[in-house]
Design a protein around this ligand. Structure first.
Ligand SMILES: [Zn+2]
Length: 303
């Protein structure tokens, strides 16, 4: 009887320990629990999001943090949450503010990204950039001594499904929305969507010359059709599908207004001087508004 009681007690304490760990109660306030076992880390406002997803078979990370100190904070949180390793790291995009911290998790993590990500990362990580990174984070001491650029082990085209434990991750390549290799990630059972940097939250995105607003609008349409409960953008506070609605509305109004001005015979420079979009007064990244106008102009002129 005594042995049985002791076993029950041991099991109960083990269960409490494991469940209080996995609930994330002790994590710093920089971590936001969005669903059971899903924790989003955001550093300073505007910096990239990094998400920890616990499964019965180990951890999946979405991106690896804005900078190495963020990656180290995420690694510490993973250890608080579970004794299991980070098995997979999925990239929403290849830019440095989502990928520099890969060395903290891999090995053992296997890194997955859309085709073209490795090439993009190799191109961005010049010796000068790496030297600057070391200088910027010299106070990290030993934590940075193992730094190396780790490019994705798996690159997929168009679509890919990853099954781990009880969770499913559906990856979709998003064309011409932000970088050379953007991935939306959908967890169908949890109804959680990672949009990559295809959309922002009260934020003008940097629309590079190859970015297409019509392609971005089709990506938003595809993502809205999933009917997500939780939307986690590449940057900005996670929320509901309203994040997708707001961005869709902005791009539609931008296209309409630029279209009307082109029709009225205005030049690109005149449009840049005159155009204002109501409701975006408090948005971040105003310096990117001119390149948003250029993207709309390109789409309308068909060039
Ligand atoms: Zn980016």
């Amino acid at each position: 009887m005594k042995i049985k009681m002791a076993a029950v007690f041991l099991f109960a304490s083990w269960f409490l320990l494991v469940s209080s760990h996995a609930s994330g109660q002790n994590l710093p306030p920089t971590f936001k629990k969005v669903k059971e076992g899903i924790f989003v880390y955001a550093g300073r406002p505007g910096e990239s999001n990094c998400t920890i997803i616990l499964t019965q078979e180990g951890v999946v990370l979405i991106d690896s943090g804005n900078n190495p100190p963020d990656s180290v904070a995420v690694q510490k949180a993973v250890k608080q949450l579970t004794p299991q390793p980070v098995r997979f790291l999925i990239n929403t995009e290849p830019h440095n503010d989502h990928t520099t911290g890969h060395f903290v998790f891999s090995p053992p993590a296997v890194i997955i990204a859309a085709a073209g990500a490795s090439e993009s990362m190799r191109g961005a990580n010049t010796p000068a950039r790496i030297q600057k990174l070391m200088a910027d984070h010299s106070n990290m001491g030993d934590a940075l001594k193992d730094f190396r650029v780790i490019t994705p082990h798996i690159e997929y085209k168009d679509k890919m499904t990853l099954n781990l434990g009880e969770r499913t991750f559906e990856l979709s390549y998003l064309k011409n929305v932000h970088s050379e290799a953007d991935t939306a990630i959908w967890l169908p059972k949890e109804k959680v969507l990672f949009t990559a940097a295809s959309i922002g939250v009260k934020r003008f995105n940097n629309l590079r010359p190859f970015v297409s607003i019509p392609d971005t609008l089709s990506a938003i349409k595809m993502m809205k059709a999933l009917n997500p409960e939780v939307v986690i953008p590449g940057h900005g506070v996670p929320g509901s599908a309203k994040i997708l609605d707001d961005m869709e509305k902005y791009y539609n109004v931008l296209m309409e207004r630029v279209g009307a001005m082109v029709k009225a015979g205005k030049s690109l420079d005149e449009i840049k001087k005159e155009l204002k979009i109501p409701g975006t007064e408090d948005w971040e990244g105003k310096d990117r508004f001119p390149n948003n106008i250029e993207a709309a102009y390109r789409a309308i002129k068909g060039s």
